[in-house]
Design a protein around this ligand. Sequence first.
Ligand code: MN
Ligand code: MN
Length: 309
Amino acid sequence: MFLRIDKLPVELPVSPNIDPIAARNVQELLGGRFGEMSTLMNYTFQSFGMRGRDKIRPFYALISNIAAEENGHIEIVSAAINSCLNGPRTEFDPAHDPESAHWQNLPGGSFSGHYVASAQTALPLDSRGMPWTGDYVFSSGNLILDLLHNFFLENGARTQKLRVYQMTDNPAARMMLGYLFVRGGVHAMAYAKALQELTGVEMSKMLPIPNVGNQIFPEAKRFMEGDLHLKLYRFSPDDYRECSGLWSGTAPAAYTEGIGSTDQFQFIDAPPSGGDLAHLAGIASSFAPNYAPEEIFEIAQKLYQKAKD
Ligand code: MN
Ligand code: MN
């Protein structure tokens, strides 16, 4: 089962303007082959189908915890796309008349699906508008092969994120990217350590792939200064503790870059505390939550009252 916390892993800045090109490019990191939907579903199905898990729970717990974290990554990439598609917006504005055809000149480079299929919010698609597909999931049942695949997947994801970083200076997109450079680095290192434990092959010596450290990106460096590159979280009230032994010891010098207060891997017995989600105001001409939502607001008011009683 899954629980849900109404927070983002970290708070994102509000995009200073509507930035549909950044939103479209960031879609690749959500619904592309190497996007967060892929990491989530790969680790989720590998954990669902892991045979012999009663005897190999450290590896089962590792993949399960990382799968749960990827749920939050889907949410933060979506939040970055939403921020890029909105910018500062005043509260619900009924003056936008749908008869005025004010969407007829969308900014150049816009993905029309963001305006037609959603009300300027993220969709489970890549940057070309192609839907995410289960074909991206590799779940062979062979522990070493699956871990090796996950190591590859994290580094493929990092490569694409590094490219998207260079395609935008949008602060919401870049804050999300800085955070995910660091967290993806943890996941790549965790899979490297698991493979190292199983085979003796020092996978961590390959890292980082590509061979540029996270510390050169200011948005990533600030998270490293808070030791987020050294923390593996447990995403459950009671379960999945067994992987703490896989995430212990001293981090390689190339991994810490001398940043942060320690070089020790830390297993955190809880999820991150999280940050606030941005408020997405209503858009009358997108009929979201409706063209004239006053009645919906009134019904909601009554339900708030009922929840308090
Ligand atoms: Mn991720
Ligand atoms: Mn990851």
